[in-house]
Design a protein around this ligand. Structure first.
Ligand code: NDP
Length: 451
């Protein structure tokens, strides 16, 4: 077998930057993984010779398409949609659909790349993909959202299928949007199958899918704290976001006896020193349903709280932090502030919420820090269980699913320890997650030869 010239990390990243100009999020995600993988494969010739990392960092395909729709005033609107199919070595492509004005090819390529490792970590047979459109659902009527979803699916249906690619929700796409897209898929193909996850319970959805990402991030946190003989009970938590992941992470923190101090949205954050109780979380869920309300209105409902416009919550002293809004929302300076204020653990609910400076700061301080690809994998894990239930034409009970979710999060935590234990009581969860996810996908790719 021919052995290729090895490039070092810098040489590899130069190539990634050159091949992906103007795609900073994608380059950032690849760099975070490559930093650990180069170390790991140093003495593993087959991964070098077969160019495995280079191949994982090149999506199998990127489909880009026009999405036309008519707004309520009869204007024709044109958006851009994408599906990035990153890697299907261990199972059909799987990953959410995001509707947000910030969506572009770089963001979706980074998400599909991350998803490849995350899905491998769950232990379920799922490859990595991601999709979306630069469509802003905020302020749109239900009919407009329906027309947009239908138009989006009119192209997407050609590229997906229960054994091909199984999308789900993400920012801006919840149960309602999945319903509109599933309806259109069914209308076009005449097939009822598990082509999407996050479906309603009446039509093939799984119990606890909605809660799974936020709950899973807290189960992961609980596993990390247990390595230090501690638990969530009695801890103060700072959480960003107020959507699906943030509200369910808050709910699980409260259930386990912790105190949640903050939530946020793109307008700013609220700080409630009395603690955001279950009753208050229910208010936020109802208020933010379908992205209608703003978090700043919380302070009118609960006057003990304050609203901080245009700010992120990382300056509020806490024991644990859960960034659950979006990518690059926690920067190097924020990480240093959290550490200085005594934060012991960070569990990411969002995808890549911490920038590279922040990641390096958490690692240098050796605090418990879980990257999203490990800690937010609970959502896709239950999506995988939804696929199994659809294939078997059955529904599992809530207790069974809760237990499976807990077991999967523990399994991911154990995998991180296996490859991330640095000795002296420090576990590098980023390294552990990157290597464990990479190894599974890479070994499958080795079996397939050069394809
Ligand atoms: P939602 O649409 O339900 O909520 C998103 C939240 O993040 C909202 O509070 C939103 O505020 C806030 N937000 C979005 N963009 C920004 C921004 N640019 N600046 C500040 N705040 C912002 O999405 P989810 O809760 O589903 O997703 C949140 C994160 O979790 C994303 O990174 C997603 O990829 C990740 N994730 C989600 C999974 C899931 O199962 N849903 C699975 C795994 C990861 P506003 O209302 O103002 O827009």
């Amino acid at each position: 077998m021919a052995v290729t010239d090895h490039v070092d990390l810098n040489g590899f990243m130069e190539g990634v930057k050159k091949r992906n100009p103007h795609q900073p999020e994608f380059v950032q995600a690849v760099q975070e993984v490559a930093e650990d993988i180069f170390d790991f494969i140093q003495d593993k010739e087959e991964y070098h010779a077969q160019q495995i990392l280079r191949r994982i960092a090149e999506p199998d395909r990127v489909v880009s398409f026009r999405v036309c729709w008519e707004d309520d005033n009869g204007n024709i609107r044109v958006q851009r949609g994408w599906r990035v199919q990153n890697n299907n070595a261990i199972g059909p492509y799987k990953g959410g659909i995001r509707f947000h004005p910030s969506v572009n090819e770089s963001v979706l390529k980074f998400l599909a790349f991350e998803q490849t490792f995350k899905n491998a970590l769950t232990g379920l047979p799922m490859g990595g993909g991601k999709g979306g459109a630069n469509f802003n659902p905020k302020g749109k009527s239900v009919r407009e959202i329906m027309r947009f979803c239908q138009s989006f699916m009119t192209e997407l249906y050609r590229h997906i299928g229960p054994d091909v690619d199984v999308p789900a929700g993400d920012i801006g796409v919840g149960g309602r949007e999945i319903g509109f897209m599933f309806g259109q898929y069914k209308r076009i193909t005449n097939h009822w199958n598990g082509v999407l996850t996050g479906k309603g319970l009446e039509w093939g959805g799984s119990l606890i899918r909605t809660e799974a990402t936020g709950y899973g991030a807290v189960y992961f946190l609980e596993n990390m704290l247990a390595t230090k003989g501690e638990s969530v009970a009695g801890k103060t938590a700072v959480i960003s976001g107020s959507g699906n992941v943030a509200t369910h992470a808050a709910e699980k923190i409260v259930q386990l006896g912790g105190k949640v101090l903050t939530l946020s949205d793109s307008g700013g954050f609220i700080h409630d020193p009395d603690g955001i109780t279950q009753e208050k979380i229910d208010w936020v869920k109802a208020h933010k349903t379908h992205r209608r309300g703003r978090i700043e209105e919380y302070v009118e409902a609960f006057p003990g709280a304050t609203f901080h416009p245009g700010k992120t919550p990382w300056g509020v002293p806490c024991d644990v932090a859960l960034p659950c809004a979006t990518q690059n929302e926690l920067l190097g300076e924020d990480a240093k502030t959290l550490i200085a204020n005594g934060c012991k653990a960070v569990s990411e609910g969002a995808n890549m919420p911490t920038d590279l400076d922040g990641v390096h700061a958490f690692k240098a301080a050796k605090i418990l820090y879980a990257p999203g690809k490990a800690s937010n994998a609970g959502g896709v894990a239950v999506s995988g269980l939804e696929m199994s239930q659809n294939s078997e034409r059955r529904s599992w009970k809530e207790e069974e699913l809760q237990q499976m979710l807990k077991d999967i999060m523990k399994g991911i935590h154990d995998a991180c320890i296996r490859y991330g234990d640095q000795g002296g009581g420090y576990i590098d969860y980023v390294k552990g997650a990157n290597i464990a996810g990479f190894k599974k996908v890479a070994d499958a790719m080795l079996a397939f030869g050069v394809v």
